[in-house]
Design a protein around this ligand. Sequence first.
Ligand SMILES: [Zn+2]
Length: 213
Amino acid sequence: MISDPEIRSVLWETYPDTIHCADDTIYLMWPDFMLAYVNLGWTQFAARNGGEPAISLNWPIGSCVLDAIPAVLKRFFAENFSKCLRERRPWEHHYECSSPELYRSFVMMTYPVGAGEGLLVVHSLARETLHTRCVCKPRDILYRDLQGFILQCAHCRRVKRCGAKPTWDWVREWVTTCPANTSHGLCEPCYGFYYRNADLSTSGLQDTFRTGE
Ligand SMILES: [Zn+2]
């Protein structure tokens, strides 16, 4: 049960006790994107995926939600959250959050709540299955560029193989923990399918692409 009267007041139209006990990962943020509340599903998901106690320690109430989003996607999320609040309309976004063993896709629904007092974000598992991707070995010589950086897609977590033709590989060992000097961008398939209309920087994107699968 949610005991904080301010949170209950903002969520009164959305069955706060049901939200609190839901399996879905749900949180409330204020209009300035500060985390206001997380449900039990949030804590349980983090624990199941080895994220606790680090997530609770690093992302307490009052943290900025945008700080948890890779730089390449911050503007996309900030603009859509703001639009959702401004227009008082839900925003639906699909994304991947795979583990090393499991392919997982989620639907994220963001709802304006109260009198424009906050945004309720609900993450629901849409699909979970064993990966069928070809697994590549974590070999620095293949993936570090001349400056010593590894580029990982912020959406699907494939990493870019260096060379003349861009190739994105599934390196299982680097899914949960990125190696040192990893930067984040978007692979061409993810950019084209999920973010084409997002007005994100396309610097570094190639005209053609392929995956190593
Ligand atoms: Zn990708």
